[in-house]
Design a binder for this molecule. Structure first.
Ligand code: KIV
Length: 292
């Protein structure tokens, strides 16, 4: 029996056939169902976030900061993004997988963007790519969409432009800047992006954009009126308690949990309490028994 005659797709672990598609994501706006997007950078977190019901997983170039310890996202390379995307891809069953195109992998020309995005899909297993920028990136977005590569737009505070913005600053606070951000979002949506991340803009501007464009808006520091929200998983889980910007809500304080657990392990190692007899092996007859 073939897939066509059985009526159900073949199941391969991590296969993209069962994952939410761009059509599923777009439909949520029409249905008034909010979209929950979270970043992930490795297999283990991807498995947990997918299992918890995330609609979209973003392999953000924020990994430059939270995984690599860089001051901003600029040093991240396309090869690094593809490596992490491949790791995340193996952990997903039902969430849509999108990945960031890193700084200078797409701004040179639409053809450069096409090659970078193509690698993210072919080698990384992503279903779509996210790229930063407004009206100036519209021809690039249109080119990717034309060849069948779905694009997530990203306007407002665009971290790859940190130097041009003079730091990580809220955008669209003046009337003329708000008009620019709105025009950017409209241009990106009209170019064919299937959803648009709105980062670091006033809530009323995000509401205006959400009403103005047909595709879902996904907010981060953009208020409650967006069609969905995205947070960096390390931020929402409280893995670095030094970092508490206004737009982050912490749903756990894993820095404390991890530190306490590791301290307990260290104490037990030093006291000779771990490992106990139950963690060791005997010279049993069953020499072929697997360790795990
Ligand atoms: O890189 C990232 O994690 C992002 C999100 C914060 C939107 O772009």
């Amino acid at each position: 029996m073939t897939w066509a005659t059985s009526g159900s797709p073949p199941f391969f672990p991590g296969a993209s056939v069962a994952r939410a598609t761009t059509v599923d994501i777009r439909r949520k706006k029409a249905e008034g169902v909010r979209i929950a997007m979270i970043t992930a950078y490795d297999f283990t977190f991807a498995r947990l976030l997918d299992g918890a019901g995330a609609d979209m997983i973003l392999v953000g170039d924020s990994l430059g900061m939270v995984v690599q310890g860089q001051p901003d996202t600029l040093p991240v390379t396309l090869d690094e993004m593809i490596y992490h995307t491949r790791c995340v891809s193996r952990g997903l069953v039902s969430a849509h997988l999108t990945t960031d195109l890193p700084f200078l992998s797409y701004q040179v020309s639409p053809e450069q963007a096409l090659l970078a995005a193509g690698r993210a899909l072919k080698e990384g297993g992503a279903q779509s790519v996210k790229l930063e920028g407004g009206a100036a990136m519209a021809p690039t977005i249109a080119r990717l969409v034309e060849v069948g590569i779905p694009v997530v737009g990203h306007v407002g505070l665009t971290p790859q432009s940190v130097h041009a913005m003079g730091g990580f600053r809220v955008q669209g606070r003046t009337e003329s800047d708000a008009a620019r951000v709105l025009a950017d979002a409209v241009a990106v949506a009209e170019a064919g992006a299937f959803c648009v991340v709105l980062e670091g803009i006033p809530s009323d501007l995000a509401a205006e954009i959400t009403a103005a464009i047909q595709v879902p808006t996904i907010g981060i520091g953009a208020g409650a009126a967006c069609d969905g929200q995205v947070l960096v998983c390390y931020d929402l889980l409280g893995l670095d308690l030094r970092f508490q910007p206004r737009f982050v809500k912490r749903y756990a304080e894993l820095e404390t949990t991890v530190t306490d657990a590791v301290r307990a392990y260290i104490d037990e190692v030093k006291a000779g309490v771990f490992p106990g007899p139950e963690h060791g092996f005997t010279r049993s007859a069953n020499a072929l028994k697997r360790v795990y």
